[in-house]
Design a protein around this ligand. Structure first.
Ligand code: SAM
Length: 344
């Protein structure tokens, strides 16, 4: 194999086969843990990669061993004609799974077209089942629309849709059990995410992160006769950052219910040792880690047609991939970038 095509292995010997692609840094929600109150800077249109440019970069990444991509943002569904991009990516030889992370606001209209274009898997953010709380955390979001979007996604044939909840003390810690029940009744997989201090701590209130152990304890309250056990070795097939669990002895569960749930715990039980990803920003920069601001530009070599230069830039980003993030150093080493700018 030529070095040009050698797989992406970082200095810690982690193999990269997964790329998260932010297709826009715009979002129709302004979640308080994601977007700073005074806003986040947005890219100018000419800097944002076209669909052709994204597809060209995905071809390069697939040539280097990437097998799965996730479209994220910002909010990916606000990018016009997203299904067209999905069809273009579907045509890339060697690419396996295409997944999408969305807040669900536009899913009622878009679930079916995105499914037929070739999206395999869907994650939908859902931080509360209370319309007023949902509106508050998203700064204007509409819970009923998201719930309609979820139904449309199920009707479109998406299986095992994951529900992503950022778990926040004093906000939705009292909803952990309700969110699990809601998900399980609909054959969805609830997942809880520990809040990360992005944007130099501007989106973060110290002390509100609900830790993985506390989340497991909350889920256990659903059935005092059951215990929380690791599911499938604690990791999902395909290895995302989530660890999976289930409530054992499904004593009062409907037949066949797995009572599975996931936890993404970057703060208290981080998973950096198994990190398998790079991130591509909407403007064509590769970020090796969510926890640092450094990035390597692919857009300049791409726009001059220099694909060797693109590959060399990807390898530079990879060489700088740290062994772990520093989220624990809130404001003292955590990233200045906001989630909305690079995608979670
Ligand atoms: N808009 C899309 C969505 O809602 O899924 C994609 C982008 S969003 C940044 C991806 C995920 O990151 C969402 O589930 C969101 O809740 C999560 N997220 C955003 N800021 C976060 C933070 N500070 N800590 C943990 N998760 C965060």
């Amino acid at each position: 194999m030529s070095t040009e095509q050698a797989p992406l292995v970082d200095p810690q010997a982690r193999t990269i086969d997964y790329l998260r692609i932010s297709v826009t840094d715009r979002c129709n929600y302004r979640c308080s843990y994601c977007v700073p109150a005074d806003g986040a800077s947005r890219s100018v249109r000419e800097d944002v990669l076209s669909f052709e440019e994204i597809a060209a970069l995905v071809k390069v990444f697939v040539g280097l061993g990437v097998r799965r991509v996730r479209l994220t943002g910002g909010e990916p569904t606000v990018r016009r004609d997203l299904a067209t991009l999905v069809r273009m990516l579907r045509a890339v030889d060697g690419l396996g799974e295409i997944a999408l992370s969305t807040n669900g606001h536009l899913l009622a209209e878009l679930a079916a077209p995105l499914r037929s274009a070739g999206v395999d898997r869907l994650n939908v953010s859902l931080d509360s089942l209370d319309p007023a709380k949902f509106e508050r955390i998203t700064r204007g979001g509409d819970l009923l629309r998201v719930l309609a979007g979820l139904e449309a996604a199920r009707a479109a044939g998406f299986q095992s849709i994951k529900l992503n909840t950022v778990a926040i003390k004093g906000f939705n810690d009292d909803e952990v059990t309700a969110l699990c029940r809601f998900a399980w009744e609909r054959d969805l997989v609830p997942r809880f995410i520990e809040e990360m201090p992005m944007a130099a701590g501007r989106t973060y209130l110290p002390g509100v992160c609900l830790a993985a152990a506390e989340i497991r304890a909350r889920v256990a309250e659903i059935d005092p006769r059951a215990t929380v056990v690791e599911d499938a070795g604690g990791r999902a097939r395909g290895a995302g950052p989530a660890r999976y669990y289930r409530l054992s002895e499904a004593t009062d569960a409907p037949p066949g219910a797995m009572r599975r749930f996931g936890i993404i715990s970057p703060m208290t039980e981080h998973f950096c040792a198994t990190c398998n990803r790079l991130r591509l920003s909407a403007t064509g920069a590769v970020h090796a880690c969510l926890g640092y601001d450094d990035a390597v530009d692919l857009r300049a070599p791409l726009r001059t047609g220099d694909l060797d230069g693109v590959r060399a830039a990807i390898r530079r980003a990879l060489a700088g991939k740290r062994d772990g993030h520093t989220f624990q150093l809130i404001g003292l080493g955590g990233p200045r970038k906001a989630m909305v700018q690079i995608g979670g």
